[in-house]
Design a protein around this ligand. Structure first.
Ligand SMILES: [Mg+2]
Length: 258
C-alpha cells in the first residue's frame, strides 16, 4: 500500500462523491432500493433458484447498485438475479414490469424518506471541507443522483464547495454513469485542474473504478463500516488508500490540521 499512499500527496483539488462520503444518505438509498426490489422479488419467492430472495441492502447494494444511476443500478441487480425486464419508459409508474418501473418505486420510497428528514451530513465531512478550504484546495461534490444539489444545500455543505455536479448535469450533458469516469472528469474540468493533480474520494466500488480509469492522481476509498469490512474490496478496485472518515483523509494527505 505504500506505493499507493505515496501517490497521495497534498492534492491541488478534490472531487468528492456525495452519498456515503459527504452525506449519510447511502443507507437511505439502500433502504429505498430494498422497498422497490423486495416488492418485485416477493412475486418470485417460490423460485427454487433463489432469484426471489430478499435484496441484501448491504452486500448487494454495494456490489450492484451503489454509485450508479437509478436505471443502471436497477438493471444490474435484476440481471444478477437472472431477471430480465424491458427497459420501459421514463414515465412508467412504480411497479415490477419494467426496469424503469422498479426504479420509479425506488424514487418514490427515497422521496418519502427525504420528506421525513432522513438525510444528514456526516460531521467529519463539514470539518474536513473546512480544513480544505483553509488550505485553498477547491472541492467539488459529484453524484449520480438528481437530489444531490438540493441535499447539499439543505445540509449547508454547499458553502464549502466550488461546484456541484449531480444527476441533473449528467442527464443534460448525456454523461455515462460510473464506472465510466466522465462525471469525475467533468468535475475536474469545472475546477480547472488536471486529473493527475486531483484526488477522487469515493465510497462505492463503481466510483473507485471510475477514479482509476480517469487517471486521477489519488483515488481514496471511504469505508465507514464500523469493522472496516468494505476496505479490502475498495483496495481491490484500485483505491490508493482507504480511510474511515474524511478527517483521517485530510490528516493523511495534508499533514497537520491547523
Ligand atoms: Mg457514494
Amino acid at each position: 500500500m505504500n506505493g499507493g499512499r505515496d501517490r497521495c500527496g497534498p492534492p491541488r483539488a478534490v472531487v468528492l462523491d456525495t452519498d456515503g462520503v459527504l452525506l449519510d444518505s447511502a443507507v437511505v438509498h439502500a433502504a429505498a432500493w430494498k422497498t422497490a426490489f423486495d416488492a418485485c422479488l416477493a412475486e418470485r419467492a417460490d423460485d427454487e433458484t433463489g432469484a426471489g430472495a430478499p435484496f441484501d441492502s448491504d452486500a448487494e447494494y454495494r456490489r450492484f447498485v451503489d454509485g450508479k444511476s437509478r436505471y443502471d443500478g436497477a438493471e444490474a441487480f435484476l440481471t444478477s438475479r437472472g431477471i430480465h425486464l424491458p427497459a420501459g419508459r421514463p414515465d412508467d409508474p412504480p411497479g415490477c414490469g419494467t426496469v424503469r418501473a422498479v426504479a420509479a418505486r425506488k424514487e418514490a420510497a427515497f422521496r418519502e424518506a427525504l420528506a421525513a428528514g432522513a438525510v444528514v451530513a456526516f460531521p467529519d465531512a463539514e470539518e474536513a471541507l473546512e480544513v480544505l478550504r483553509a488550505r485553498d484546495v477547491p472541492c467539488v461534490a459529484v453524484s449520480a443522483s438528481r437530489h444531490a444539489r438540493t441535499l447539499l444545500a439543505k445540509t449547508g455543505l454547499d458553502r464549502f464547495l466550488a461546484a456541484v455536479v449531480d444527476g441533473e448535469d449528467t442527464a443534460r450533458l448525456s454523461l455515462p454513469g460510473k464506472p465510466d469516469p466522465a462525471l469525475f472528469l467533468h468535475a475536474a474540468d469545472r475546477l480547472g485542474t488536471a486529473p493527475g493533480d486531483t484526488a477522487v474520494v469515493e465510497d462505492a466500488l463503481a466510483g473507485v473504478q471510475a477514479g482509476r480509469r480517469g487517471g486521477f492522481g489519488c483515488v481514496v476509498g471511504v469505508d465507514r463500516s464500523p469493522d472496516g469490512t468494505g476496505s479490502a474490496a475498495l483496495r481491490q478496485e484500485g483505491a490508493d488508500l482507504v480511510v474511515p472518515d474524511l478527517m483521517t483523509l485530510v490528516r493523511d494527505v495534508g499533514g497537520e490540521v491547523r
